[in-house]
Each structure stands twice: as C-alpha cells, then as structure tokens.
Design a binder for this molecule. Structure first.
Ligand SMILES: [Cu+2]
Length: 176
C-alpha cells in the first residue's frame, strides 16, 4: 500500500530537497574551483599583551614587528593587528602570484578581514591568531574590509593592499 502524500506537500518536499542539493553543489563548487575553505589555524594569544615583547607570541604583534617580511624559509608573511577601527599597518604591498601568509590578531573585539577578488576572508577572534595562506592573482589596489560588525566605527574600518608585479616588489623595512 502506497503512502498517501498530499500533492502540495510533495511539491514542498521536492523544493526543499532541491535547495539542500543546490547548497551542497555550491559549497563543493566553491571549495574545488575557487579554493574557498574555512581557515583552520588554531593558535592562542593574549590580546591584551599584543604590544609587549614578552608572553605568548613573543612580541610578534608589537608595533615594530608589523608589516610584510620574510620568514627564515623565505615565505612572505604579513603580520597585522586589527583594532577598532582599522588595520595596522594601514597599507601593505605584496607581489602578484606569490604565496603570502597573513597572521592577524585582534587588539580588542571580534573583527573580520576580507579582500575583494581574492579568497582572503577570515574572522579575527580576540585571543586567537587568524592565519590565512593565499596568493593574489589580480594586480591593483584593493581595500581590506572588516566584515564583522565591531562597533560604531565599523563602517570606517578598512585598510589597503597593493598587489604589484613580482619584479616591482621590494621589501622596505618600516614602510611595508
Ligand atoms: Cu572591525
């Protein structure tokens, strides 16, 4: 004996199933084709001691250590602080098509950082270091946008990243 399903109910079952399926297809598409993944780094830091040389992190996020530099393996690393209401340093410059590692810590509350036309988008949770490995494929100036509501100045919280050709890129201490 077949179970009776009301025609209207059947329509809704099909619609909901289609929406669930579409959502799965989109998640898999963006993961596979656009390389969009949830950031997976878990590393704690004391957000109230970011400016100090001692403690967890050993001064990594002190003012003098912010900006673009190379780690001992030659990888470009961008060390940044997100704080109400800005990203520090406010301007950074990195070369196109080059692996770049972002390490970002919040000074105060929850922030986000998002760069249009790239897969860079992460939350910056106080107490944790947000780490993203990416490379940029488009040349030009792009804004760094805070995409987590962080207070009254949230709409004014932004920075700038300049993606330059590889042969024009120079590491300048204290400027990048
Ligand atoms: Cu913010």
């Amino acid at each position: 004996m077949a179970i009776h399903i009301d025609p209207l109910e059947r329509k809704w079952i099909i619609m909901i199933a289609a929406i669930v399926l579409l959502t799965w297809v989109l998640i898999i598409y963006y993961a596979a084709v656009q390389n969009v993944h949830p950031p997976s780094n878990v590393e704690v830091i004391d957000s109230s001691r970011l400016h100090l040389a001692s403690g967890v992190g050993g001064g990594e996020f002190m003012e003098d250590n912010l900006g673009v530099h190379r780690d001992p393996d030659g990888l470009l690393v961008v060390t940044m602080v997100a704080a109400r209401y800005g990203f520090y340093p406010q301007h950074i410059e990195v070369p196109v098509n080059t692996p770049v590692r972002f390490r970002i810590a919040s000074f105060d509350v929850l922030h986000g950082i998002m760069i249009p036309f790239s897969n860079m988008n992460t939350m910056v949770v106080p107490g944790y270091i947000a780490e993203v490995n990416t490379s940029f494929t488009k040349l030009g100036d792009f804004p760094l946008i805070c995409d987590e509501y962080c207070g009254l100045g949230h709409a004014y919280m932004y920075g700038m990243i300049k993606i330059v050709p590889k042969d024009e890129f120079k590491l300048i201490a204290g400027v990048n």
